[in-house]
Design a protein around this ligand. Structure first.
Ligand SMILES: [Zn+2]
Length: 631
Protein backbone atom coordinates (compact mmCIF):
# COMPACT_ATOMS: atom_id res chain seq x y z
CA UNK A 1 0.00 0.00 0.00
CA UNK A 2 1.10 3.57 -0.46
CA UNK A 3 -0.65 5.64 2.16
CA UNK A 4 2.28 7.87 3.06
CA UNK A 5 1.66 6.82 6.57
CA UNK A 6 3.75 9.54 8.14
CA UNK A 7 0.79 11.80 7.75
CA UNK A 8 -1.75 9.13 8.59
CA UNK A 9 0.13 8.08 11.69
CA UNK A 10 -0.40 11.60 12.97
CA UNK A 11 -4.10 11.84 12.35
CA UNK A 12 -5.37 8.30 12.72
CA UNK A 13 -4.40 8.31 16.38
CA UNK A 14 -6.70 11.25 16.87
CA UNK A 15 -9.38 10.02 14.52
CA UNK A 16 -9.68 6.47 15.73
CA UNK A 17 -8.81 6.47 19.35
CA UNK A 18 -11.95 6.00 21.37
CA UNK A 19 -9.89 6.08 24.53
CA UNK A 20 -8.21 9.29 25.58
CA UNK A 21 -6.16 7.68 28.36
CA UNK A 22 -2.38 7.84 28.08
CA UNK A 23 -0.85 5.02 26.04
CA UNK A 24 -0.43 1.87 28.12
CA UNK A 25 3.03 0.54 28.87
CA UNK A 26 4.37 -1.52 25.95
CA UNK A 27 4.66 -5.23 26.67
CA UNK A 28 6.87 -7.94 25.33
CA UNK A 29 4.79 -10.08 22.97
CA UNK A 30 4.52 -13.57 21.57
CA UNK A 31 5.88 -12.63 18.17
CA UNK A 32 4.14 -15.48 16.39
CA UNK A 33 0.65 -14.47 17.54
CA UNK A 34 -1.60 -12.14 15.51
CA UNK A 35 -2.96 -9.72 18.09
CA UNK A 36 -5.30 -8.16 15.55
CA UNK A 37 -7.54 -11.16 14.98
CA UNK A 38 -9.99 -12.95 17.28
CA UNK A 39 -9.95 -16.09 15.10
CA UNK A 40 -9.02 -19.45 16.68
CA UNK A 41 -6.79 -20.40 13.76
CA UNK A 42 -5.03 -23.07 15.80
CA UNK A 43 -8.32 -25.02 15.87
CA UNK A 44 -9.93 -24.23 12.48
CA UNK A 45 -8.48 -22.84 9.31
CA UNK A 46 -10.31 -21.44 6.28
CA UNK A 47 -9.22 -22.77 2.88
CA UNK A 48 -11.75 -21.30 0.46
CA UNK A 49 -14.51 -18.69 0.49
CA UNK A 50 -17.47 -18.43 -1.86
CA UNK A 51 -19.34 -15.13 -1.90
CA UNK A 52 -22.73 -14.32 -3.40
CA UNK A 53 -23.37 -10.64 -2.80
CA UNK A 54 -25.76 -7.96 -4.04
CA UNK A 55 -24.41 -4.41 -4.24
CA UNK A 56 -27.10 -1.97 -3.10
CA UNK A 57 -26.13 1.69 -3.64
CA UNK A 58 -29.37 3.02 -2.14
CA UNK A 59 -28.90 1.25 1.17
CA UNK A 60 -25.08 1.38 0.97
CA UNK A 61 -24.84 -2.31 1.71
CA UNK A 62 -23.59 -5.62 0.39
CA UNK A 63 -25.92 -8.46 1.28
CA UNK A 64 -25.99 -12.17 0.64
CA UNK A 65 -24.09 -15.27 1.56
CA UNK A 66 -20.52 -16.18 2.47
CA UNK A 67 -19.65 -19.89 2.38
CA UNK A 68 -16.44 -20.69 4.25
CA UNK A 69 -14.80 -24.03 3.57
CA UNK A 70 -12.93 -24.76 6.79
CA UNK A 71 -10.72 -27.54 8.09
CA UNK A 72 -10.76 -28.61 11.73
CA UNK A 73 -7.22 -28.87 13.10
CA UNK A 74 -8.20 -29.69 16.67
CA UNK A 75 -10.57 -32.71 16.82
CA UNK A 76 -11.94 -31.54 20.16
CA UNK A 77 -12.81 -28.03 19.01
CA UNK A 78 -16.53 -27.23 18.73
CA UNK A 79 -16.62 -23.42 18.44
CA UNK A 80 -15.43 -21.38 15.50
CA UNK A 81 -14.45 -17.76 16.20
CA UNK A 82 -14.53 -15.38 13.23
CA UNK A 83 -13.62 -11.71 12.88
CA UNK A 84 -16.41 -9.28 12.04
CA UNK A 85 -17.00 -5.54 12.25
CA UNK A 86 -20.48 -4.03 12.16
CA UNK A 87 -21.92 -6.95 10.16
CA UNK A 88 -25.60 -7.84 10.42
CA UNK A 89 -25.91 -11.65 10.56
CA UNK A 90 -29.23 -13.16 9.51
CA UNK A 91 -28.44 -16.83 10.08
CA UNK A 92 -25.70 -19.47 9.95
CA UNK A 93 -25.77 -23.07 8.67
CA UNK A 94 -22.92 -25.50 9.11
CA UNK A 95 -22.56 -28.65 7.03
CA UNK A 96 -20.13 -31.58 7.09
CA UNK A 97 -19.09 -33.52 4.02
CA UNK A 98 -22.75 -34.21 3.12
CA UNK A 99 -26.07 -32.37 3.24
CA UNK A 100 -27.08 -28.72 3.27
CA UNK A 101 -26.19 -28.26 6.90
CA UNK A 102 -28.02 -27.44 10.08
CA UNK A 103 -28.62 -24.19 11.83
CA UNK A 104 -25.82 -23.16 14.15
CA UNK A 105 -26.08 -21.01 17.26
CA UNK A 106 -23.95 -17.87 17.16
CA UNK A 107 -23.18 -14.89 19.36
CA UNK A 108 -20.76 -12.02 19.66
CA UNK A 109 -18.41 -12.83 22.50
CA UNK A 110 -15.95 -9.93 22.41
CA UNK A 111 -15.95 -6.37 21.12
CA UNK A 112 -13.07 -3.96 20.62
CA UNK A 113 -12.89 -0.51 18.94
CA UNK A 114 -9.90 -1.58 16.82
CA UNK A 115 -10.63 -5.28 16.28
CA UNK A 116 -14.41 -5.23 15.83
CA UNK A 117 -16.57 -8.08 17.14
CA UNK A 118 -15.65 -11.74 17.70
CA UNK A 119 -18.37 -13.99 16.27
CA UNK A 120 -18.61 -17.37 18.01
CA UNK A 121 -20.32 -20.13 16.03
CA UNK A 122 -21.20 -23.28 17.92
CA UNK A 123 -21.12 -26.34 15.69
CA UNK A 124 -24.46 -28.17 15.49
CA UNK A 125 -24.66 -31.75 16.84
CA UNK A 126 -23.63 -34.56 14.55
CA UNK A 127 -20.49 -32.95 13.13
CA UNK A 128 -18.11 -34.24 15.81
CA UNK A 129 -16.29 -36.59 13.43
CA UNK A 130 -16.17 -34.16 10.50
CA UNK A 131 -12.85 -32.62 9.63
CA UNK A 132 -14.08 -30.59 6.65
CA UNK A 133 -16.83 -28.10 7.37
CA UNK A 134 -18.86 -25.72 5.25
CA UNK A 135 -20.01 -22.65 7.17
CA UNK A 136 -22.74 -20.64 5.41
CA UNK A 137 -23.33 -17.16 6.76
CA UNK A 138 -26.25 -15.03 5.59
CA UNK A 139 -25.47 -11.39 6.30
CA UNK A 140 -25.35 -7.79 5.19
CA UNK A 141 -22.81 -5.03 5.71
CA UNK A 142 -23.44 -1.81 7.58
CA UNK A 143 -23.41 1.55 5.72
CA UNK A 144 -20.47 2.43 8.02
CA UNK A 145 -18.45 -0.64 6.94
CA UNK A 146 -14.88 0.50 7.44
CA UNK A 147 -13.59 -1.21 4.28
CA UNK A 148 -16.25 0.10 1.90
CA UNK A 149 -16.46 3.56 0.40
CA UNK A 150 -19.78 4.44 -1.22
CA UNK A 151 -19.19 7.45 -3.43
CA UNK A 152 -22.15 9.48 -4.67
CA UNK A 153 -21.94 10.32 -8.36
CA UNK A 154 -20.63 13.83 -7.57
CA UNK A 155 -17.42 12.30 -6.25
CA UNK A 156 -16.62 10.42 -9.46
CA UNK A 157 -14.75 11.63 -12.53
CA UNK A 158 -17.83 11.32 -14.74
CA UNK A 159 -20.31 12.62 -12.20
CA UNK A 160 -23.13 10.42 -13.56
CA UNK A 161 -22.93 7.11 -11.70
CA UNK A 162 -22.14 6.13 -8.12
CA UNK A 163 -18.99 4.19 -7.32
CA UNK A 164 -18.08 1.76 -4.54
CA UNK A 165 -14.70 0.34 -3.65
CA UNK A 166 -13.11 -1.58 -0.80
CA UNK A 167 -9.90 -1.07 1.14
CA UNK A 168 -9.39 -4.19 3.26
CA UNK A 169 -5.84 -3.60 4.50
CA UNK A 170 -5.08 -3.79 7.28
CA UNK A 171 -7.97 -5.31 9.25
CA UNK A 172 -11.08 -4.15 7.39
CA UNK A 173 -11.97 -7.24 5.30
CA UNK A 174 -13.98 -8.27 8.38
CA UNK A 175 -16.32 -5.32 7.81
CA UNK A 176 -17.57 -6.82 4.51
CA UNK A 177 -16.98 -10.57 4.93
CA UNK A 178 -17.15 -12.59 8.16
CA UNK A 179 -13.83 -14.46 8.17
CA UNK A 180 -10.50 -15.22 9.83
CA UNK A 181 -9.03 -11.79 9.18
CA UNK A 182 -5.34 -12.42 9.65
CA UNK A 183 -2.51 -12.47 7.10
CA UNK A 184 -1.36 -15.79 8.58
CA UNK A 185 -4.29 -17.57 6.89
CA UNK A 186 -4.39 -17.76 3.08
CA UNK A 187 -7.57 -18.47 1.15
CA UNK A 188 -8.69 -18.96 -2.42
CA UNK A 189 -12.05 -17.46 -3.31
CA UNK A 190 -14.92 -17.31 -5.79
CA UNK A 191 -17.63 -14.68 -5.98
CA UNK A 192 -20.86 -13.87 -7.74
CA UNK A 193 -21.63 -10.15 -7.55
CA UNK A 194 -24.99 -8.61 -8.48
CA UNK A 195 -24.95 -4.90 -9.42
CA UNK A 196 -27.18 -2.40 -11.23
CA UNK A 197 -27.06 -3.65 -14.83
CA UNK A 198 -25.31 -0.54 -16.24
CA UNK A 199 -22.34 -0.87 -13.87
CA UNK A 200 -19.31 -3.19 -13.87
CA UNK A 201 -17.89 -5.07 -10.89
CA UNK A 202 -14.19 -5.91 -10.64
CA UNK A 203 -12.33 -7.84 -7.94
CA UNK A 204 -8.83 -8.92 -6.92
CA UNK A 205 -9.44 -12.01 -9.05
CA UNK A 206 -9.66 -13.20 -12.67
CA UNK A 207 -11.29 -10.13 -14.21
CA UNK A 208 -12.08 -10.78 -17.87
CA UNK A 209 -11.54 -7.65 -20.00
CA UNK A 210 -14.26 -8.87 -22.37
CA UNK A 211 -16.96 -9.35 -19.71
CA UNK A 212 -20.29 -8.10 -21.06
CA UNK A 213 -22.08 -5.56 -18.85
CA UNK A 214 -24.91 -7.62 -17.36
CA UNK A 215 -25.28 -6.80 -13.69
CA UNK A 216 -24.10 -10.29 -12.70
CA UNK A 217 -20.39 -11.03 -12.52
CA UNK A 218 -18.44 -14.16 -11.60
CA UNK A 219 -14.93 -14.21 -10.19
CA UNK A 220 -12.38 -16.80 -9.27
CA UNK A 221 -9.11 -16.32 -7.38
CA UNK A 222 -7.27 -19.64 -7.57
CA UNK A 223 -4.10 -18.50 -5.80
CA UNK A 224 -4.30 -18.39 -1.99
CA UNK A 225 -4.20 -14.84 -0.61
CA UNK A 226 -4.36 -13.28 2.84
CA UNK A 227 -7.72 -11.69 3.65
CA UNK A 228 -6.41 -8.10 3.44
CA UNK A 229 -6.11 -8.60 -0.32
CA UNK A 230 -9.82 -9.28 -0.82
CA UNK A 231 -11.04 -6.39 -2.95
CA UNK A 232 -14.05 -5.22 -4.91
CA UNK A 233 -15.06 -2.13 -6.86
CA UNK A 234 -18.26 -1.29 -8.74
CA UNK A 235 -18.90 1.69 -10.98
CA UNK A 236 -19.07 3.00 -14.52
CA UNK A 237 -15.84 1.17 -15.28
CA UNK A 238 -14.40 0.39 -18.73
CA UNK A 239 -11.27 -1.45 -19.85
CA UNK A 240 -8.41 -0.53 -22.19
CA UNK A 241 -5.41 -2.79 -22.86
CA UNK A 242 -1.75 -1.74 -22.38
CA UNK A 243 0.25 -4.90 -23.10
CA UNK A 244 -0.07 -8.63 -23.29
CA UNK A 245 -1.24 -9.18 -19.71
CA UNK A 246 -1.69 -5.56 -18.62
CA UNK A 247 -4.49 -3.03 -18.94
CA UNK A 248 -6.49 -0.28 -17.29
CA UNK A 249 -9.91 -0.23 -15.70
CA UNK A 250 -11.25 3.28 -15.19
CA UNK A 251 -14.20 5.55 -15.70
CA UNK A 252 -14.29 6.42 -19.43
CA UNK A 253 -13.34 10.04 -18.64
CA UNK A 254 -9.95 8.87 -17.36
CA UNK A 255 -9.25 5.94 -19.66
CA UNK A 256 -7.17 7.65 -22.38
CA UNK A 257 -5.05 9.67 -19.98
CA UNK A 258 -4.47 6.55 -17.90
CA UNK A 259 -3.37 4.31 -20.76
CA UNK A 260 -0.88 7.00 -21.82
CA UNK A 261 0.41 7.63 -18.30
CA UNK A 262 0.82 3.97 -17.40
CA UNK A 263 2.07 2.76 -20.77
CA UNK A 264 5.21 1.36 -19.10
CA UNK A 265 3.23 -1.13 -16.98
CA UNK A 266 3.85 -4.14 -19.24
CA UNK A 267 7.56 -3.28 -19.37
CA UNK A 268 7.57 -3.09 -15.58
CA UNK A 269 6.12 -6.60 -15.35
CA UNK A 270 8.70 -7.92 -17.84
CA UNK A 271 11.56 -6.23 -15.99
CA UNK A 272 10.46 -7.49 -12.58
CA UNK A 273 10.16 -11.02 -13.97
CA UNK A 274 13.65 -10.87 -15.43
CA UNK A 275 15.17 -10.07 -12.01
CA UNK A 276 12.87 -11.69 -9.46
CA UNK A 277 11.29 -14.65 -11.22
CA UNK A 278 7.91 -15.33 -12.81
CA UNK A 279 4.83 -13.19 -12.24
CA UNK A 280 2.45 -15.78 -10.83
CA UNK A 281 -0.93 -14.10 -10.90
CA UNK A 282 -2.13 -14.25 -14.49
CA UNK A 283 -3.06 -10.70 -15.51
CA UNK A 284 -1.81 -7.44 -13.99
CA UNK A 285 -4.33 -4.63 -14.42
CA UNK A 286 -4.77 -1.24 -12.78
CA UNK A 287 -8.02 0.20 -11.51
CA UNK A 288 -7.92 4.00 -11.55
CA UNK A 289 -10.24 5.21 -8.83
CA UNK A 290 -12.21 8.46 -8.71
CA UNK A 291 -10.34 11.62 -7.60
CA UNK A 292 -11.56 11.26 -4.03
CA UNK A 293 -9.62 8.01 -3.44
CA UNK A 294 -7.77 9.08 -0.29
CA UNK A 295 -4.69 6.88 -0.71
CA UNK A 296 -1.86 6.44 -3.18
CA UNK A 297 -2.39 2.85 -4.21
CA UNK A 298 -3.31 -0.62 -2.98
CA UNK A 299 -1.72 -3.79 -4.30
CA UNK A 300 -4.88 -5.89 -4.65
CA UNK A 301 -3.64 -8.95 -6.58
CA UNK A 302 -4.17 -8.93 -10.36
CA UNK A 303 -5.77 -5.49 -10.01
CA UNK A 304 -3.94 -2.69 -8.18
CA UNK A 305 -6.18 0.15 -6.99
CA UNK A 306 -4.56 3.49 -7.92
CA UNK A 307 -5.10 7.19 -7.19
CA UNK A 308 -5.78 9.35 -10.27
CA UNK A 309 -3.55 12.08 -8.82
CA UNK A 310 -0.49 10.46 -10.40
CA UNK A 311 -1.89 11.23 -13.88
CA UNK A 312 0.77 13.91 -14.39
CA UNK A 313 0.71 13.80 -18.19
CA UNK A 314 4.42 12.91 -18.38
CA UNK A 315 4.70 9.52 -16.60
CA UNK A 316 6.74 11.21 -13.89
CA UNK A 317 4.88 9.73 -10.94
CA UNK A 318 4.69 6.09 -12.02
CA UNK A 319 6.96 4.83 -9.22
CA UNK A 320 3.61 4.20 -7.51
CA UNK A 321 2.83 1.57 -10.17
CA UNK A 322 6.27 0.00 -9.73
CA UNK A 323 5.52 -0.15 -6.02
CA UNK A 324 2.10 -1.79 -6.32
CA UNK A 325 3.31 -4.19 -9.04
CA UNK A 326 6.33 -5.43 -7.07
CA UNK A 327 4.00 -6.29 -4.19
CA UNK A 328 3.11 -9.20 -6.51
CA UNK A 329 6.41 -10.68 -5.22
CA UNK A 330 6.88 -9.08 -1.79
CA UNK A 331 3.64 -8.94 0.16
CA UNK A 332 1.20 -10.78 -2.05
CA UNK A 333 3.38 -13.81 -2.88
CA UNK A 334 5.41 -13.81 0.35
CA UNK A 335 3.26 -12.16 2.99
CA UNK A 336 3.85 -10.86 6.48
CA UNK A 337 2.67 -13.40 9.05
CA UNK A 338 1.33 -10.75 11.41
CA UNK A 339 1.10 -6.95 11.18
CA UNK A 340 4.24 -6.72 13.26
CA UNK A 341 6.12 -8.15 10.24
CA UNK A 342 4.78 -5.55 7.80
CA UNK A 343 8.30 -4.30 7.00
CA UNK A 344 8.87 -7.62 5.14
CA UNK A 345 6.06 -6.55 2.85
CA UNK A 346 6.54 -2.77 2.53
CA UNK A 347 10.31 -2.50 3.01
CA UNK A 348 11.07 -5.19 0.45
CA UNK A 349 8.58 -3.64 -1.96
CA UNK A 350 10.09 -0.16 -1.60
CA UNK A 351 13.49 -1.69 -2.42
CA UNK A 352 12.12 -3.52 -5.50
CA UNK A 353 10.27 -0.38 -6.61
CA UNK A 354 13.53 1.58 -6.74
CA UNK A 355 15.26 -1.22 -8.66
CA UNK A 356 12.51 -1.26 -11.28
CA UNK A 357 12.57 2.52 -11.62
CA UNK A 358 16.31 2.35 -12.22
CA UNK A 359 15.95 -0.12 -15.09
CA UNK A 360 13.06 1.70 -16.73
CA UNK A 361 13.89 5.35 -16.11
CA UNK A 362 17.63 5.41 -15.35
CA UNK A 363 19.86 5.65 -12.31
CA UNK A 364 19.53 9.42 -11.82
CA UNK A 365 15.79 9.21 -11.35
CA UNK A 366 16.01 6.14 -9.09
CA UNK A 367 18.65 7.88 -6.95
CA UNK A 368 16.46 10.97 -6.70
CA UNK A 369 13.62 8.82 -5.41
CA UNK A 370 15.97 7.05 -2.96
CA UNK A 371 17.13 10.40 -1.57
CA UNK A 372 13.55 11.65 -1.14
CA UNK A 373 12.67 8.37 0.63
CA UNK A 374 15.67 8.76 2.92
CA UNK A 375 14.56 12.28 3.77
CA UNK A 376 11.11 10.90 4.71
CA UNK A 377 12.77 8.21 6.82
CA UNK A 378 14.80 10.73 8.85
CA UNK A 379 11.65 12.78 9.46
CA UNK A 380 9.66 9.63 10.26
CA UNK A 381 12.17 8.30 12.81
CA UNK A 382 11.73 11.51 14.79
CA UNK A 383 8.01 10.78 15.10
CA UNK A 384 8.10 7.31 16.66
CA UNK A 385 9.32 5.92 19.96
CA UNK A 386 12.67 4.05 20.01
CA UNK A 387 10.92 0.66 20.41
CA UNK A 388 8.84 1.29 17.30
CA UNK A 389 11.93 2.31 15.30
CA UNK A 390 12.80 -1.40 15.12
CA UNK A 391 11.79 -3.05 11.84
CA UNK A 392 10.37 -6.03 13.74
CA UNK A 393 9.39 -4.74 17.19
CA UNK A 394 9.58 -7.17 20.08
CA UNK A 395 6.90 -5.23 21.92
CA UNK A 396 3.21 -4.85 21.21
CA UNK A 397 2.40 -2.73 18.18
CA UNK A 398 -0.52 -0.34 17.87
CA UNK A 399 -3.47 -0.52 15.47
CA UNK A 400 -1.81 -1.69 12.24
CA UNK A 401 -3.46 1.18 10.37
CA UNK A 402 -1.77 3.66 12.66
CA UNK A 403 1.60 2.10 13.14
CA UNK A 404 2.69 1.67 9.52
CA UNK A 405 5.17 4.31 8.58
CA UNK A 406 8.49 5.23 7.10
CA UNK A 407 10.27 2.73 9.39
CA UNK A 408 8.60 -0.18 7.60
CA UNK A 409 8.90 1.35 4.14
CA UNK A 410 12.15 3.27 4.00
CA UNK A 411 14.18 1.65 6.78
CA UNK A 412 13.27 -1.74 5.31
CA UNK A 413 14.32 -0.50 1.87
CA UNK A 414 17.63 0.75 3.25
CA UNK A 415 18.30 -2.60 4.99
CA UNK A 416 18.02 -4.44 1.68
CA UNK A 417 20.00 -1.74 -0.09
CA UNK A 418 22.76 -2.18 2.50
CA UNK A 419 23.00 -5.91 1.76
CA UNK A 420 22.83 -5.27 -1.99
CA UNK A 421 25.87 -2.97 -1.70
CA UNK A 422 27.79 -5.49 0.42
CA UNK A 423 27.07 -8.64 -1.60
CA UNK A 424 26.67 -7.09 -5.04
CA UNK A 425 23.64 -7.43 -7.27
CA UNK A 426 25.05 -10.55 -8.92
CA UNK A 427 24.59 -12.31 -5.57
CA UNK A 428 21.76 -10.40 -3.94
CA UNK A 429 19.31 -10.52 -6.88
CA UNK A 430 19.38 -14.34 -7.21
CA UNK A 431 19.11 -14.58 -3.42
CA UNK A 432 15.91 -12.51 -3.40
CA UNK A 433 14.50 -14.40 -6.36
CA UNK A 434 15.14 -17.72 -4.59
CA UNK A 435 13.60 -16.31 -1.41
CA UNK A 436 10.37 -15.41 -3.23
CA UNK A 437 10.30 -18.86 -4.76
CA UNK A 438 11.02 -20.65 -1.48
CA UNK A 439 8.22 -18.91 0.43
CA UNK A 440 5.78 -18.46 -2.47
CA UNK A 441 2.14 -18.28 -1.30
CA UNK A 442 3.19 -18.42 2.35
CA UNK A 443 2.96 -15.93 5.18
CA UNK A 444 6.20 -15.67 7.15
CA UNK A 445 7.63 -13.93 10.20
CA UNK A 446 10.65 -11.64 10.37
CA UNK A 447 12.49 -14.47 12.13
CA UNK A 448 11.81 -16.90 9.28
CA UNK A 449 13.28 -14.29 6.94
CA UNK A 450 16.29 -13.88 9.23
CA UNK A 451 16.95 -17.63 9.36
CA UNK A 452 16.61 -17.96 5.61
CA UNK A 453 18.91 -14.97 5.07
CA UNK A 454 21.47 -16.41 7.47
CA UNK A 455 21.53 -19.86 5.86
CA UNK A 456 21.30 -18.84 2.24
CA UNK A 457 23.34 -15.68 2.05
CA UNK A 458 25.27 -14.69 5.17
CA UNK A 459 26.82 -18.09 5.91
CA UNK A 460 27.58 -18.75 2.26
CA UNK A 461 29.81 -15.67 2.07
CA UNK A 462 31.11 -15.44 5.62
CA UNK A 463 32.78 -12.32 6.94
CA UNK A 464 30.78 -9.85 4.84
CA UNK A 465 27.63 -9.19 6.86
CA UNK A 466 26.86 -10.94 10.13
CA UNK A 467 23.61 -12.21 11.58
CA UNK A 468 24.19 -9.73 14.42
CA UNK A 469 24.27 -6.90 11.90
CA UNK A 470 20.98 -8.08 10.41
CA UNK A 471 19.53 -8.30 13.93
CA UNK A 472 20.58 -4.72 14.58
CA UNK A 473 18.45 -3.64 11.61
CA UNK A 474 15.52 -5.75 12.80
CA UNK A 475 15.50 -5.08 16.52
CA UNK A 476 17.35 -1.84 17.30
CA UNK A 477 16.07 1.74 17.04
CA UNK A 478 17.40 4.27 14.55
CA UNK A 479 19.86 3.28 11.83
CA UNK A 480 23.10 1.27 12.15
CA UNK A 481 26.15 3.52 11.98
CA UNK A 482 27.23 1.94 8.69
CA UNK A 483 23.81 2.33 7.00
CA UNK A 484 24.10 3.63 3.45
CA UNK A 485 23.18 7.27 2.78
CA UNK A 486 21.57 7.67 -0.66
CA UNK A 487 23.04 10.41 -2.84
CA UNK A 488 21.74 12.21 -5.91
CA UNK A 489 23.90 14.61 -7.86
CA UNK A 490 20.88 16.14 -9.60
CA UNK A 491 19.05 16.85 -6.33
CA UNK A 492 22.18 18.36 -4.79
CA UNK A 493 22.48 20.64 -7.79
CA UNK A 494 18.85 21.78 -7.58
CA UNK A 495 19.17 22.52 -3.85
CA UNK A 496 22.36 24.49 -4.49
CA UNK A 497 20.71 26.53 -7.22
CA UNK A 498 17.76 27.37 -4.95
CA UNK A 499 20.20 28.96 -2.52
CA UNK A 500 22.33 30.79 -5.05
CA UNK A 501 19.31 32.16 -6.95
CA UNK A 502 17.77 33.43 -3.67
CA UNK A 503 21.09 35.09 -2.79
CA UNK A 504 21.09 36.89 -6.13
CA UNK A 505 24.12 34.98 -7.43
CA UNK A 506 22.24 33.28 -10.28
CA UNK A 507 19.70 34.75 -12.67
CA UNK A 508 16.33 33.00 -12.84
CA UNK A 509 16.88 32.46 -16.59
CA UNK A 510 19.99 30.44 -15.81
CA UNK A 511 18.09 27.83 -13.81
CA UNK A 512 17.56 24.93 -16.28
CA UNK A 513 14.36 23.90 -14.56
CA UNK A 514 12.55 22.76 -17.69
CA UNK A 515 15.13 19.99 -18.15
CA UNK A 516 14.75 18.74 -14.59
CA UNK A 517 12.71 15.86 -13.24
CA UNK A 518 9.70 16.72 -11.08
CA UNK A 519 11.69 15.34 -8.12
CA UNK A 520 14.45 17.90 -8.70
CA UNK A 521 11.82 20.64 -8.98
CA UNK A 522 10.19 19.52 -5.73
CA UNK A 523 13.62 19.53 -4.08
CA UNK A 524 14.34 23.00 -5.48
CA UNK A 525 11.11 24.39 -4.01
CA UNK A 526 11.71 22.65 -0.67
CA UNK A 527 15.16 24.20 -0.44
CA UNK A 528 14.12 27.82 -1.04
CA UNK A 529 15.28 29.93 1.93
CA UNK A 530 12.60 31.13 4.34
CA UNK A 531 13.26 34.84 3.80
CA UNK A 532 12.31 35.19 0.10
CA UNK A 533 10.63 38.45 -0.92
CA UNK A 534 7.19 38.66 -2.55
CA UNK A 535 8.90 39.85 -5.73
CA UNK A 536 11.13 36.77 -5.76
CA UNK A 537 8.15 34.45 -5.36
CA UNK A 538 6.39 36.28 -8.18
CA UNK A 539 9.44 35.94 -10.37
CA UNK A 540 9.61 32.18 -9.79
CA UNK A 541 5.93 31.64 -10.49
CA UNK A 542 6.00 33.86 -13.59
CA UNK A 543 8.99 32.06 -15.04
CA UNK A 544 8.22 28.48 -14.07
CA UNK A 545 4.42 28.49 -13.80
CA UNK A 546 4.33 26.49 -10.57
CA UNK A 547 0.77 27.64 -9.84
CA UNK A 548 -0.41 26.17 -13.14
CA UNK A 549 1.46 22.85 -12.92
CA UNK A 550 -0.26 19.62 -13.97
CA UNK A 551 2.02 17.67 -11.68
CA UNK A 552 0.25 17.06 -8.38
CA UNK A 553 3.49 16.61 -6.40
CA UNK A 554 4.94 19.90 -7.66
CA UNK A 555 1.59 21.55 -6.94
CA UNK A 556 1.55 20.12 -3.44
CA UNK A 557 5.07 21.35 -2.69
CA UNK A 558 4.48 24.79 -4.20
CA UNK A 559 1.15 25.44 -2.51
CA UNK A 560 2.55 24.43 0.90
CA UNK A 561 5.08 27.25 0.33
CA UNK A 562 2.39 29.61 -0.95
CA UNK A 563 0.25 28.97 2.13
CA UNK A 564 3.00 29.10 4.73
CA UNK A 565 4.61 32.22 3.17
CA UNK A 566 1.19 33.82 2.65
CA UNK A 567 1.90 34.53 -1.04
CA UNK A 568 -1.51 36.02 -1.88
CA UNK A 569 -1.15 36.26 -5.69
CA UNK A 570 -1.20 32.45 -5.87
CA UNK A 571 -4.15 31.94 -3.52
CA UNK A 572 -6.65 31.51 -6.34
CA UNK A 573 -4.55 28.77 -7.89
CA UNK A 574 -4.10 27.20 -4.46
CA UNK A 575 -7.87 27.06 -4.04
CA UNK A 576 -8.16 25.35 -7.43
CA UNK A 577 -5.60 22.75 -6.28
CA UNK A 578 -7.64 22.09 -3.14
CA UNK A 579 -10.78 21.62 -5.21
CA UNK A 580 -9.17 19.46 -7.90
CA UNK A 581 -7.59 16.83 -5.66
CA UNK A 582 -9.02 14.59 -2.97
CA UNK A 583 -5.99 12.51 -2.04
CA UNK A 584 -5.11 13.31 1.56
CA UNK A 585 -1.38 13.64 0.92
CA UNK A 586 -1.95 16.41 -1.64
CA UNK A 587 -4.33 18.64 0.29
CA UNK A 588 -3.88 18.01 4.00
CA UNK A 589 -0.49 19.75 4.34
CA UNK A 590 -1.70 22.76 2.32
CA UNK A 591 -4.68 23.26 4.64
CA UNK A 592 -2.40 22.89 7.67
CA UNK A 593 0.17 25.35 6.31
CA UNK A 594 -2.61 27.84 5.68
CA UNK A 595 -4.11 27.37 9.13
CA UNK A 596 -0.70 27.82 10.73
CA UNK A 597 0.54 30.92 8.88
CA UNK A 598 -0.76 33.27 11.55
CA UNK A 599 -3.44 35.01 9.46
CA UNK A 600 -5.50 32.47 7.53
CA UNK A 601 -6.89 29.97 10.04
CA UNK A 602 -10.41 31.12 9.21
CA UNK A 603 -9.79 31.10 5.45
CA UNK A 604 -8.46 27.52 5.69
CA UNK A 605 -11.71 26.40 7.31
CA UNK A 606 -13.85 28.30 4.81
CA UNK A 607 -12.04 26.79 1.82
CA UNK A 608 -12.33 23.35 3.43
CA UNK A 609 -16.06 23.75 4.09
CA UNK A 610 -16.57 24.69 0.43
CA UNK A 611 -14.60 21.71 -0.87
CA UNK A 612 -15.30 18.93 1.59
CA UNK A 613 -18.33 17.41 -0.10
CA UNK A 614 -15.89 16.37 -2.84
CA UNK A 615 -13.56 14.65 -0.37
CA UNK A 616 -13.56 11.11 0.94
CA UNK A 617 -14.83 10.73 4.54
CA UNK A 618 -11.37 9.56 5.65
CA UNK A 619 -9.82 12.69 4.17
CA UNK A 620 -12.43 14.92 5.80
CA UNK A 621 -11.75 13.22 9.11
CA UNK A 622 -8.00 13.76 8.71
CA UNK A 623 -8.28 17.47 7.97
CA UNK A 624 -10.85 18.13 10.69
CA UNK A 625 -8.57 16.40 13.20
CA UNK A 626 -5.63 18.44 11.93
CA UNK A 627 -7.54 21.69 12.45
CA UNK A 628 -8.55 20.56 15.92
CA UNK A 629 -4.96 19.85 16.88
CA UNK A 630 -3.99 23.38 15.90
CA UNK A 631 -6.67 25.00 18.07
ZN1 LIG B 1 3.09 -0.93 -0.36
Amino acid sequence: MRVFALLFATFMVVACSKNEDPAPQKEAIDITHDYFSFANTDQFVTEHIQLDLTVDFDLKELRGLARLKMRRLDPAATNIILDTRDLHIDGILVAGSEGDGSEAAYEYVQEDPVLGQALKITLPDGLEQEQDLLVKIFYKTDPRASALQWLPKELTAGGKYPFMFSQSQSIHARSWVPLQDTPSVRITYEATIHTPSNLLAVMSADNDPLTPRSGEYHFNMPQPIPSYLLAIAVGNIYFAPIGEITGIYAEPEMLDASTFEFASTQQMVDTAESIYGPYRWGRYDLLILPPSFPFGGMENPRLSFITPSILAGDQSLVSMIAHELTHSWSGNLVSNKTWRDIWLNEGTTSYLEARLMEVLFGKDRADEERVLSYRELLLGLEEVSPEMQALAPLESVDDPDESQGSVHYQKGQLFLQHMEIIFGRETFDPFLSAYFNHFAFQSISSEQFLDYLDQNLLQKQPGKFSREQAEEWLYQPGLPSDAPIPQSATLEKSARLAGSWAAGEVDVNDIPLSSWSPHAIVHFINNLPVDLSEAQLDELDDDFGFSQTHNAEIGRTWFIQVASRRHLPAYEAMEAHLNRHGRTRLIYPVYMALAKNGSDAELARTLFDDAKNRYHPLTVMAIESGFKELE
